[in-house]
Design a protein around this ligand. Structure first.
Ligand SMILES: Nc1nc2c(c(=O)[nH]1)N[C@H]1C(S)=C(S)[C@@H](COP(=O)(O)OP(=O)(O)OC[C@H]3O[C@@H](n4cnc5c(=O)[nH]c(N)nc54)[C@H](O)[C@@H]3O)O[C@H]1N2
Ligand SMILES: Nc1nc2c(c(=O)[nH]1)N[C@H]1C(S)=C(S)[C@@H](COP(=O)(O)OP(=O)(O)OC[C@H]3O[C@@H](n4cnc5c(=O)[nH]c(N)nc54)[C@H](O)[C@@H]3O)O[C@H]1N2
Ligand SMILES: [Mo]
Length: 712
């Protein structure tokens, strides 16, 4: 082997090998975890990836997903050209067409449907991906449709809403100055891996951690001083029980309550119902453990609360449960003070980086008029009040019923029908509309599309990004878009011209749009492009801790609201409660079942549906599995790997059993996103939170039996 061959084999960059190192990001996870990547590029192909050492987020490290980036971007089922359906919907038989023909076909159909049924009969929707959202929303609104909806309908938005109606703004822990962290559903090793190191450092400084989680996780093993392994969806009862203990023991911050809160008397009166015995019964927790955790949290100030992105909200009582948790920060005076919870509005596409952008103004500049025309409007009052998106969980039903008006087309970016409860109903609905789907991969949802458009990955495009701590970045493509793919935004901008949408911004393209959005930050796209790494944004400010106490909260009462004034106004027409009342998460089911089904805990190696077809990642959890408690399994004669059927009034799925100690007896947990075994077939469309429309993914009744055997 000569020297050059050796260098090539070791993938050493330089003029001898022609290998260049170019910087990009991995965008497989949520934007909080879009890690810096050093892409080793040779002859226009990525031949190796490493973490970027200079990136403030990952500092050189990559997780399993980032390490598998090459397999992700070069997946065999990448869509290569625009496609037109020639087979039946769902069959996956398509003919390649040119971009011009695809644009013409889409423009012709959407403009015809608009002329025949009005602009709202076209819904513009997005799955999990966030980066293009301001542009998609502007496109929808400029087209004239109020129907812009995203996966935020089932993700993190319910937390944001709970915060907005309590403190006026989303808030985050000031962990650096806390003594105690109440880790409500805290499991960063799986869902937010870059955050785990910060909590480790907090522990090493002597910080105490309480974890509230129905599951034993690495965070429980490594961080928890106390673990409350409660029954799924009983968080509200626990939080109200903690409130009662705090009040009864004189641990409440009376000064904060008097000066800065609204609705305390009603909240305190309601909490009286949640005595230790009642709470133990509802949550399955030992009374002593509840007292120990409450005292640790309430007497060691300052303390902060981590409320995770979604699991607390994935119940039919999720919004109220979140509010009950958040209320504890006001009750103990741990709000808007160093070491407590601090107000932190989002900067750009749901990220809190600590400076304002004009994302919202950009998306809504051309406004289509009254949002009361939105799909599902009137069903979920808190959603209607706090979001300008339509609640996507109402989409399938309105397509099927045509009530109050027909939805005739769905223009989607990365839509996954299996994300929805009653996914079969969503697939059926997609048969009834003119459906365009843009994706990297030929998914089972894309197979229902009339036109499929190939988009490219983060390695193949430029993108504006923000990171906590005031960082901004504009990435550059490290390779050309593969095959005939284009970036989602280039597709939207191209289509806008063909559709005759009268919007100069969309015509000018992505970089002009971003320049508009970041006009007040002291940066431009050109300036950002000069750096390969995130840079500090001139307009970034440290969090304004203490401002709400001084100047008032951005709520209707100007106070921290134990009782929401906004919801008080809705009470008479909608019957929803202004204080964080609790109801049984299983009360939505028609029948009583032997087990509680909970789903979708994150896997370290997977993100929803998008990674199960990446060979390295799939190899780490190759089979869909139902986790159950070893005692239940033994009692029922179920061994590891046995095929079991999990079923309820909504459907039945068959998968391998995985008995263990992760969850308590009485629960079955199933990971989500698997094409061949979709847990959302067991969740009914009406199993939603009446405040926000969020699906009850994480608590529904079910029974199990050995596959082909008797009911157990
Ligand atoms: N049972 C159960 N169901 C759940 C959950 C649960 O916990 N339990 N969690 C819910 C939550 S919180 C969420 S956020 C949702 C997420 O649900 P999904 O939206 O289903 O998430 P993904 O499968 O990651 O992504 C959807 C599609 O986007 C495509 N995609 C990837 N990158 C791009 C891109 O750059 N452009 C375009 N156009 N497409 C792209 C992917 O290939 C994929 O087909 O699932 C929800 N569903
Ligand atoms: N690897 C990976 N990371 C991801 C994702 C992914 O798919 N894969 N998805 C991203 C997205 S879209 C989201 S929304 C976030 C979600 O991220 P997180 O909000 O952290 O959610 P999970 O990891 O699902 O759950 C965290 C913990 O909550 C527990 N939990 C479940 N039900 C309940 C409950 O009723 N009460 C309490 N107290 N705890 C409960 C689970 O057992 C789990 O240990 O993750 C993001 N990060
Ligand atoms: Mo999510």
């Amino acid at each position: 082997m000569n020297n050059i061959e050796k260098l090539m084999r070791a993938k050493i960059p330089g003029s001898e090998t022609g290998i260049e190192v170019k910087r990009t990001v991995c965008d497989i996870c949520s934007p909080t975890n879009h890690c810096g990547i050093d892409a080793y590029v040779k002859d226009g192909a990525v031949i190796k990836v490493e973490g970027t050492k200079e990136h403030p987020l990952n500092r050189g490290y990559l997780c399993t997903k980032g390490v598998a980036s090459r397999q992700y971007i070069y997946r065999e089922d990448r869509i290569k050209t625009p496609l037109k359906r020639i087979g039946e919907k769902g069959e996956g038989v398509f003919a390649p067409i040119s971009w011009e023909d695809a644009y013409a076909e889409i423009a012709g159909n959407l403009n015809r449907i608009k002329a025949e049924n009005g602009p709202d009969s076209v819904a513009f929707v997005s799955g999990f991906t966030k980066w293009y959202r301001p542009i998609l929303k502007r496109f929808a609104f400029a087209f004239g449709s109020v129907n812009y909806g995203t996966e935020s309908s089932c993700c993190f938005e319910t937390t944001v809403m709970a915060w907005r109606c309590t403190a006026g703004v989303f808030s985050v822990p000031d962990l650096g100055n806390s003594k105690v962290l109440l880790g409500w559903a805290l499991s960063p090793h799986y869902s937010d891996h870059n955050a785990a190191a910060g909590i480790q450092a907090f522990k090493e400084r002597g910080g105490k951690v309480i974890i509230i989680d129905p599951r034993r996780t690495p965070a429980v093993e490594k961080f928890a001083n106390v673990h409350l392994q409660l029954k799924p969806g009983t968080d509200g009862a626990l939080a109200l029980g903690m409130a009662k203990l705090i009040i009864d023991n004189g641990w409440a911050d009376t000064e904060f309550i008097e000066k800065h809160t609204y609705g305390y008397e009603d909240y305190a009166e309601y909490a009286k119902k949640f005595d230790l015995e009642t709470v133990s019964k509802i949550t399955g927790l030992k009374a002593d453990d509840i007292v120990r955790a409450t005292e640790l949290f309430a007497v060691n100030k300052p303390a902060s609360i981590h409320q995770s992105a979604s699991p607390v909200g994935h119940h039919i009582n999720g919004f109220q449960n979140y509010r009950a948790i958040i209320a504890l920060s006001g009750l103990t005076g741990n709000y808007d003070c160093p070491g407590g919870l601090m107000p932190m509005p989002s900067t750009y596409t749901l990220q809190c980086a600590g400076f304002p952008t004009k994302e919202k103004e950009f998306a809504c500049e051309i406004h289509p008029g009254s949002l009361e025309r939105r799909i599902g409007y009137g069903k979920f009052p808190v959603w209607d009040a706090y979001s300008d998106e339509f609640q996507m969980m109402s989409l399938a039903e309105q397509i099927r019923s045509g009530d109050p008006y027909p939805v005739k087309a769905v223009y989607a970016l990365g839509l996954n029908a299996r994300m929805f409860p009653n996914s079969r109903g969503m697939f059926e609905a997609l048969k009834k509309v003119f459906f365009v789907d843009t994706d990297l991969f030929m998914t089972d949802t894309a197979k229902y599309a009339d036109i499929v458009l190939p988009c490219c990955s983060s390695f193949e495009r430029g993108e504006y990004k923000v990171y906590p701590g005031g960082f901004s970045m504009f990435t550059k493509p490290v390779i050309e878009p593969l095959y005939e793919s284009k970036s989602d935004v280039d597709i939207l901008c191209g289509l806008s011209a063909h559709m005759g949408i009268d919007d100069d911004m969309l015509r000018q393209g992505y970089e002009a749009c971003v320049d508009w959005i970041i006009q007040d930050t002291g940066l431009t796209v050109d300036a950002l492009k000069k750096s390969e790494f995130p840079v500090m944004t001139p307009s970034a400010m440290p969090p304004a801790i203490g401002r709400a106490r001084e100047k008032g909260f951005r709520t209707p009462s100007g106070k921290f609201e134990f009782k929401s004034m906004a919801i008080e106004k809705m009470h008479d027409s909608c019957g929803i409660d202004a204080i964080p009342t609790y109801r049984d998460p299983l009360s939505g089911s028609k029948k009583t079942y032997g087990f509680v089904l909970t789903s979708g805990t994150r896997l370290a190696n997977a993100v929803h549906s998008r990674t199960h077809d990446v060979p390295w990642l799939r190899s780490l959890s190759p089979e869909p599995m139902a986790e159950m408690n070893a005692d239940d399994a033994e009692r029922l004669g179920i061994g590891y790997g046995d095929m079991i059927e999990v079923y309820n009034e909504n459907g039945s799925i068959t998968l391998q059993a995985k008995p263990g100690i992760c969850i308590q007896p009485g629960n079955v947990h199933i990971f989500h996103g698997y094409r061949e075994c979709n847990v959302n077939d067991l969740i009914g469309e009406a199993h939603t939170d009446p405040y926000t429309g969020f699906p009850g993914y994480k608590s529904i009744g079910c029974d199990i039996r050995k596959s082909g055997g008797e009911s157990l």
